[in-house]
Write a protein that binds this ligand. Sequence first.
Ligand SMILES: NC(=O)c1ccc[n+]([C@@H]2O[C@H](COP(=O)([O-])OP(=O)(O)OC[C@H]3O[C@@H](n4cnc5c(N)ncnc54)[C@H](OP(=O)(O)O)[C@@H]3O)[C@@H](O)[C@H]2O)c1
Length: 284
Amino acid sequence: MNDTREDMANRVFLISGGTSGVGKAIATGLARLGAKVVIISRSADRGQAAVKEISEATGNSRVDWFAADLSLQSSIQEVANIYKRKYDQLHVLINASGAVYFKKELTAEGIDRMFAVNVLSHYLLTNRLLDILQESGPARVITVSGHPRFLKNPVINFDDIQMEYQYSAMRAISQSLFARTLFAFELANRLEGTGVTSNAFHPGRVKSNLGRNAPWYLRVATPLVNAFFKAECGIGVYLASAQEIEYANGMFFDEKKRIIAIHTQFEDGAGNRLWTLCEKLTSD
Ligand SMILES: NC(=O)c1ccc[n+]([C@@H]2O[C@H](COP(=O)([O-])OP(=O)(O)OC[C@H]3O[C@@H](n4cnc5c(N)ncnc54)[C@H](OP(=O)(O)O)[C@@H]3O)[C@@H](O)[C@H]2O)c1
């Protein structure tokens, strides 16, 4: 492990989505620095395979995984409790999981599946872990967003955020992108002065399995697209570990570490509205 950093040895990072794409790229980068890395996956096979792969690639055996289906609030609650029973510190929570569903699907708890995974899971997992983050402070939450180009003129239909009346996959994808970015900003407002920060980031183009639920004609294109994408996510590793941004809060970083003023594009009060809606949907 030639890249190890002394200050990383005692830091614990929890990554949702650590088996693939952005989350796995960040988990690998942090493991390479010598950190304790814990990932979350729905699948024992994928979780264990990712732990093995990350450990072998980095020479860091301090990689762990927990099982959770992040589309289900009961499972999020359980994984947060299990985490707190096993570990007494959490320095950085990385909300990197995500999914795309081309047809409307409901979870067993009656929530739109894409909204549940891409937005509510970040809200609930973060809130369930805020106590341990604050106790471990200074601590950070970083949340994956998307390319700033796709965040121009963000529109969230708060009256039908789960698109119960008229579902469009493309609108659902962009609305969930807007909502999780807004979540990161609203979290930052609420965390001001607590020793925990919240920032959002565009991960760059990272090799991905996001097309796994797509129609076959889109799935066949995945290897071609991935050939042009990277297996690393430098900005994610930087935001999770760099000392110079320890106090950055409520910022949006692009893949080149530039701060972009995305938050000004959201309507005043939208963050609070989203928070209240998430509270209601999770009975938090
Ligand atoms: N890749 C890029 O270039 C890129 C660029 C911009 C934005 N993004 C955003 O980044 C997010 C992640 O994309 P990705 O490329 O990393 O996707 P990916 O390769 O498909 O990985 C998704 C990760 O999320 C986890 N996940 C999905 N549903 C889950 C559930 N119900 N419970 C638990 N874990 C779940 C998966 O874990 P398991 O399947 O093991 O459970 C997997 O580790 C997306 O929201 C995407 O919009 C990605």
